[in-house]
Design a protein around this ligand. Structure first.
Ligand SMILES: Cc1ncc(COP(=O)(O)O)c(C=O)c1O
Length: 361
């Protein structure tokens, strides 16, 4: 196995492939915050003011006040009780599982959950049961087996990155025993889903007291880092019990500064989310009209699974003819032989969206 050919980003929505400039629908920088001038400025100011690195765990001497500021901004944005920053999105789920290890009788996990959830399942230190992808009926079967007294934690993505589908969180809560909770990896939903960008939890209207929502700051917020949106008691448990949290250096401060700005920009510039919603509705509407089998809006991911190598080659050729980068990837949870994944952003132009539709219809 080897790494894919490196890509050269030209600007916010284009890449260079050989001599060609192609529209870029890969990566998950849904609002192109990674190149937002205010976010970039905040990163530079952060570096000037704070230097790069606290070079110590937050539990020792590395607890800079700025982390608290970013956590407070996340609490306001997501309207949750508290937030705990960690190094990245992958680590969020592992930290939660370390903090709550031994608390549950069973872990129930979507069979196509993100790798970080599958790894986290092991850290919970109890029997792991997998249910069929997004299948509430299969979950019901499992709950029947473990009984109503079980205290389980269900692990699922808010938005599955390999097919763009959403987890039916409300249905899960109805099926699960009453003292069970959901650990929702909302890496792709944070900022993008719900009336105000609070993610799958907002879209589904799931009560916060039964949900631990984990997010990344690298997608909708375009920067880097991860956060756990949870109760104060879980926050304390993390400090007391997560070796990963206590034993590692937090986010570099310039990135924390950039992330804070990204959160503020996304909260203030409502037009960003409106444009994303509009762009997603346009592309998915056109593809659905043409009979494509894709996940519906508001998920911003379009996944196309070719059935044969020949079909993959055909889609690749059509993308190139429409000047669209053919983002064919192999990624955990998705089909083994690979698939096309296109992530729509607020910043793609109508011309680029038309080109994508032309390539895929
Ligand atoms: C569903 C999901 N969870 C977690 C992650 C990890 O986030 P990060 O890249 O911030 O580590 C990703 C992707 O990168 C993801 O798609």
């Amino acid at each position: 196995m080897k790494l894919p050919t490196p890509l050269q980003q030209i600007d916010r929505t284009y890449v260079r492939l050989g001599r060609r400039k192609l529209s870029y629908f890969a990566g998950c920088d849904y609002f192109r915050m990674a190149s937002h001038p205010k976010v970039l400025r905040a990163m530079q100011e952060g570096a000037k003011k704070f230097g790069l690195n606290v070079a110590a765990s937050r539990m020792t001497t590395g607890n800079h006040a700025f982390y608290g500021k970013l956590e407070a901004a996340l609490v306001r944005f997501f309207a949750c009780e508290t937030a705990v920053l960690v190094a990245n999105g992958y680590v969020t789920n592992l930290v939660v599982a370390q903090a709550l290890a031994g608390d549950f009788s069973h872990v129930i996990v979507d069979e196509q959950a993100h790798a970080s959830l599958l790894d986290a399942a092991i850290f919970f230190d109890c029997p792991i049961l997998k249910f069929k992808h997004r299948d509430a009926a299969d979950l019901l079967r499992i709950v029947g087996r473990i009984g109503k007294q079980a205290k389980s934690v269900l692990l699922a993505d808010g938005v599955f990155s390999h097919d763009g589908s959403l987890s039916p969180l409300r249905k899960y809560l109805k099926i699960l025993p009453r003292n069970s909770v959901l650990l929702v990896d909302d890496a792709h939903g944070a900022g993008t889903l719900g009336e105000t960008g609070k993610g799958a939890v907002e879209l589904e209207g799931t009560p916060r007291h039964r949900v631990i929502q984990t997010i990344t700051l690298s997608k909708g917020f375009g920067v880097y880092g991860g956060a756990i949106l949870c109760s104060r008691s879980l926050r304390e448990r993390i400090f007391a019990r997560s070796r990963m949290f206590a034993g590692s250096t937090p986010l570099p401060l310039p990135l924390a500064s950039a992330a804070l700005k990204a959160v503020q920009v996304l909260a203030a510039e409502k037009s960003l989310r409106q444009r994303l919603v509009r762009n997603v509705a346009f592309v998915k509407g056109e593809l659905s009209k043409a009979g494509a089998n894709i996940s519906p809006p508001p998920s911003p991911i379009v996944a196309i699974i070719p059935q044969t190598v020949r079909e993959a080659e055909r889609i690749k050729a059509r993308c190139l003819a429409a000047a669209v980068f053919p983002s064919f990837i192999k990624y955990g949870g998705g089909p083994q032989d690979g698939y096309f994944r296109f992530a729509i952003s607020s910043e793609h132009t109508r011309e680029q969206l038309d080109a994508l539709v032309r390539a895929l219809v």
